[in-house]
Structure formats: C-alpha cells, structure tokens
Design a protein. Sequence first.
Length: 270
Amino acid sequence: NPNEPVGKQINYTITGIDAGAGIMASTQNAIKDYGLDKGNWQLQTSSTAAMTSTLDKDYKKKLPIVITGWTPHWMFTKYKLKFLKDPKNVYGKAEDIHTITRKNLKQDKPEAYEMLDRFHWTPKQMSSVMIKVNNGEEPSQAAKNWIKNNSKQVSEWTKGIKHVHNQSIKMTYVAWDSEIASTNVVAQVLKSLGYKVTIQAMEMQPMWAAVAGNDADAMVSAWLPKTSAVFYKDYRSQIDDLGINLRGAKVGLAVPYYMTNVNSIEDLKK
Ligand code: PBE
C-alpha cells in the first residue's frame, strides 16, 4: 500500500550484500545510531548480484527499496539512485581506495612494488571497466582493452621500471565488481612487466590476513577511512599502505529517485 510509511511497505528491510563487506558493518552501525532498530529495521544479507537483481525487479515496478549503495558501481549508471543523507556521518563523507602490500615487498620485488605504488585511476575509469564486465566481457579482456585505450596513463605506471624474469606475484581481492576491475587491470600491467601473476578472490578478512601474513603480495581493495577500518586497524603494523589508488568513492544507503519522500536516513523512521 503506497500510502503506508515506507518502512511498512518494505517490511523494514534494507537489502544488503555479503556479510563480510564493510558497508554491512557500517549499516549495522547506522541502524543503531539512527534508532532504526527500535522501529524493527533489519539488514538483509545477500550478495551484490542478489541485491541488484531485487533492485532491478522493484525499480521496473517503481516499488520502494532501500539498498546498501556505493560508487564507483554500475548500479548508479544503470539506475537513477540517490544516496540518503547521513547527518550522523556513519558512512563518512568520501572514501578512497588504498593499495596495500605485504611487508618487505619493496625489498623482494622492487619492480612490482614501484608499479603498485604508482597505480592510480579515477572513479570514471574504474566504472568503465566495471560496466564492460557487467555486460558480459571477461574481466581480463576488459582490463586488456582498457589498458590499450589508456596506454598513455598506463605507461606512466611502468615508465623506467625494468622487466623481470621468472618472478611471480600473488594478489588477493574480494570479488566485488570494483575490485574485479582494479585487480584485473593491475594484474595485466604486472604481466606486461614480466611477472607471472595470480589473482585470488577471497572474503575480506582472509584477504587482509593473507597480505599481513605474507601469503599474498598485494591488494588494491582497501576502502578507507571507514569501510575497511576494522581490518586496517587490526593489520596496520603488519602491512605497507602505499596510499590512494582511487579518490572519491562513496558508501551509504541508497534509494531510487522516485522515492521522493525519502532523502535522509532519518526519513526511514517516519
Ligand atoms: N564495497 C565495495 C566494499 C568495498 C568495495 C563498498 C561493497 C565494502 O567493503 O563494503
């Protein structure tokens, strides 16, 4: 019934993604901090694929839905969505994505370290790879194509770095669309320097633990300062933070544009 409060219409449910994601922990905090738990709001765990498929279904019927949203992601290209205002700043204003390596990578594989240290791109560039993959292109192929079309920028990441022989490098990532895009691009560039590159998808906690424990060399998937904060804090002394590879990401709760009466997380209490 469209005349009922939005919470009632959607069973007081926020449609989320995989349990390990930082955005899920932040959303649990939001539910508490905004007192939504008192209104029986709950966060539904699923996966990005399940969340976007529910969004697709509801969007076509212009039904209300509240999702865990972030950019860069094609959900904001494919659908007209808005972030809900977050006056308590639970999700933070903007996020950056950092490159993290194991300790001693600089000594052991200085060429890879240097390239990883130089790697940086924009939300728009990351989105363009994500959209190709969402349209069915193989991630490695989408990465190769992107590199071909951005050869000038990519050459800045490798300029003067000497090629290696018989060296391997292992990257870990979580299979979120954004990290599939960035990890595949970096893997292809490391390949062009002569490395045998393995990329291994895992959950967020094991990904951090692998790099901290020297089981993996690097990852480019640390959303900070808020989204991966728990892991960053736990592993800070066991990893190297090479700094920002993408500036201006964002995380929060999002709704479709047609939910004109819902503009702030506070509005969910009505
Ligand atoms: N995300 C995408 C991740 C980081 C990348 C926002 C879903 C998260 O930890 O929430």
